[in-house]
Design a binder for this molecule. Structure first.
Ligand code: MN
Length: 231
């Protein structure tokens, strides 16, 4: 086939224990999915899950043991980290019930939902889309995907983020307001999930700013850590 411009390359993520790679289709993100984070953002209580998207080429793919580079983005003076469990969809579907969700999951990774908080806040105030605050280039660092069978009890895994030697975020995946299976149920009612979709499941409390020179280390028990330096 002849293309009139060069077609974009397929974005892919390494998979632990194999040379095979996971090709990325879409990146879905869940908003305010830990109670303590909802509170720090000025909200309370359990609300229905809501979603936004990032483009697949916003990923910063970091190999196991490597340090990724995140160029400090334009337009912001308040770049925030959000450590998140990422779910990789291996089998697509729509109207997936929570009880059936597990068989649609290929694996899990550690991800960062980087946020231009000042721009997101301005868009919220004006009732406009969050894209400029959330879906910018390099906004989605991710480490290798661990296949689900090797990830242990991910629904009760400790999740943490350190900047330098300082603890910034520390919680447990069990504190998700909408757990992984429930998230897949809600998400697949709105979109037909496809193999290659990634779901950033939301961040616990402790979100804060990073500046050029900072190194972030994200960890979720059972998965490969994610190390990213802000350039
Ligand atoms: Mn987030």
């Amino acid at each position: 086939m002849n293309f009139v411009v060069t077609p974009p390359a397929t974005v892919s993520v390494p998979v632990t224990g194999t040379a095979g790679r996971f090709p990325v289709h879409r990146i879905y993100c869940v908003g305010r999915n830990y109670e303590e984070h909802a509170k720090e953002m000025g909200f309370t209580g359990r609300e229905p899950p809501f979603f936004f998207l990032k483009p697949a080429d916003a990923l910063v793919v970091v190999d196991g043991g490597a340090t990724g580079t995140l160029p400090y983005p334009s337009l912001t003076k308040n770049l925030h980290h959000e450590i998140e469990l990422v779910v990789a969809i291996g089998t697509g579907g729509k109207n997936i019930q929570a009880a059936d969700a597990q068989k649609h999951i290929f694996g899990y990774a550690v991800g960062l939902d980087m946020t231009r908080r000042d721009l997101q806040g301005e868009m919220k105030k004006q009732g406009r889309p969050w894209c400029i605050g959330k879906a910018f280039d390099h906004s989605a660092p991710i480490g290798p995907i661990t296949p689900a069978a090797q990830a242990g009890d991910i629904n009760h895994a400790e999740i943490s983020l350190q900047v330098g030697n300082q603890d910034r975020q520390r919680s447990n995946v069990s504190k998700l307001i909408w757990n992984v299976a429930e998230t897949i149920e809600h998400l697949s009612a709105a979109w037909e999930l496809q193999p290659g979709d990634l779901i950033y499941t939301g961040t616990p409390e402790g979100v804060a700013a990073v500046v050029a020179g900072d190194t972030m280390v994200g960890r979720i028990a059972g998965l490969e850590p994610l190390t990213v330096k802000v350039a």
